[in-house]
Design a protein around this ligand. Structure first.
Ligand code: ADP
Length: 210
């Protein structure tokens, strides 16, 4: 993990929670000191220097993430250094569409743009009753939302195509229990959470029902 700003630190913490061994690098000594007790291994170094990365053993890692955001120059030079070292999977964070293009053209294998991705996702949540939303390509989505009041007490079998608005209920969760896969016999209860899937527009429409 290169760059322990807000994004890099949270990502490093999430990877650690997933039992991954993380080597974190930041050139700022205050940042290194701040996270030294929280992350496995935190090193102060300038990641744009290929030789320094090599000394730290970065040539042997399977995956590297460049989480530097504010400095496009540092981010691009770091990706170049990782490409030179032959790191097999380079993930790089972009902070603008142009930055994303440059990262891909210098050899990043995966480019992420968290501000744009989160902004798009949260826009869907704000205008509907969805509590979570993931979209796949430009046409498919999965969402979590509370059961619409108009469908409370109905079994899935009894729902008409008009009731469904083109979506499919995949699972449901009654308060305090775990999610269960939906069956046609399942009766929708007030306050239970649904997982639904379908076209983005259909999911969005279903999520605005009262
Ligand atoms: P965020 O928006 O997630 O807070 P920033 O871009 O502000 O991200 O922070 C990026 C981090 O990357 C900072 O901690 C900074 O010290 C670090 N960083 C910037 N350039 C380099 C570099 N050349 N080598 C290592 N770390 C760097």
């Amino acid at each position: 993990m290169i760059g322990l700003g807000r994004f890099g630190f949270h990502l490093a913490g999430a990877l650690t929670a997933l039992d991954q061994t993380v080597l974190a690098i930041d050139r700022n000594p205050d940042r290194v000191q701040r996270w030294a007790d929280t992350l496995d291994r935190v090193v102060q170094a300038d990641a744009t220097e290929e030789g320094v990365l090599r000394q730290l053993g970065v040539a042997d890692v399977q995956r590297a993430v460049v989480a530097i955001g504010a400095s496009v120059e540092a981010s691009v030079l770091t990706v170049l250094a990782l490409v030179e070292l032959g790191v097999p999977q380079i993930w790089a964070r972009a902070t603008s569409a142009k930055h994303a293009k440059i990262l891909a053209s210098v050899g990043a294998h995966h480019v992420i743009f968290p501000e744009a991705e989160t902004g798009e996702r949260v826009a869907h949540l704000i205008i509907s009753r969805m509590l979570d939303f993931i979209e796949f390509d430009d046409d498919f989505a999965i969402a979590k939302l509370p059961t619409p009041e108009s469908l409370v007490g109905r079994s899935l079998r009894s729902l008409t195509p008009a009731d469904r608005h083109g979506i499919r209920v995949v699972g449901a969760k009654v308060h305090g229990e775990s999610f269960r896969y939906a069956t046609e016999e399942m009766v929708l209860e007030r306050g239970s959470m649904l997982i639904v899937e379908g076209g983005i527009a259909q999911v969005q429409r279903f999520a605005t029902l009262d």
